[in-house]
Design a protein around this ligand. Structure first.
Ligand code: ZN
Length: 148
């Protein structure tokens, strides 16, 4: 287990240091902002959705290692997925960090590295902020995603 934890930490640190898909799309079809005042994480997500598939997405903003790595891994997980699958991933991820088991049918892959944050309620908000923001963007909501 300790080896696994180490591997997970390495992955999170790597994505924090070199976030993937960082920036903003020039003419997104969807976008949303997220704010986690508890930690000071702010995020802006832009997406290009065509034929109900997330063709491209980016994120920017500033946040702690957990929120940045979570956003980075989220963009990789969601890119080129149908919107329905992206929402299923949201449910799976949310269930994984708030309960014991991911939702049925959600193949979380690398996202499983965040299972450990379940023990740290404050960190759960950091890890889920990008996902709440993504969900708001996909739903066309103009509300700022808040963790409070
Ligand atoms: Zn945070």
């Amino acid at each position: 287990m300790s080896d696994l934890r180490e591997l997970y930490q390495t992955l999170i640190l790597d994505h924090n240091k070199n976030p993937r898909n960082f920036g903003a799309l020039e003419s997104p079809s969807h976008s949303a902002d997220g704010d986690n005042p508890l930690c000071g994480d702010v995020i802006h997500v832009t997406l290009r959705v065509e034929d109900d598939v997330v063709r491209d997405l980016r994120f920017d903003g500033s946040g702690c290692a957990i929120s940045t790595a979570s956003a980075s891994l989220m963009t990789q997980a969601v890119k080129n997925r149908p919107v329905s699958e992206a929402l299923k991933l949201f449910d799976g991820f949310h269930d994984m960090v708030t309960t014991d088991v991911p939702a049925d049918g959600a193949e979380l892959g690398k996202l499983a590295v965040f299972a450990g944050v379940r023990e740290f309620p404050v960190r759960v908000k950091c890890a889920t902020l990008p996902w709440h923001t993504l969900k708001n963007a996909l739903k066309g909501s103009n509300d700022v995603a808040r963790t409070e």
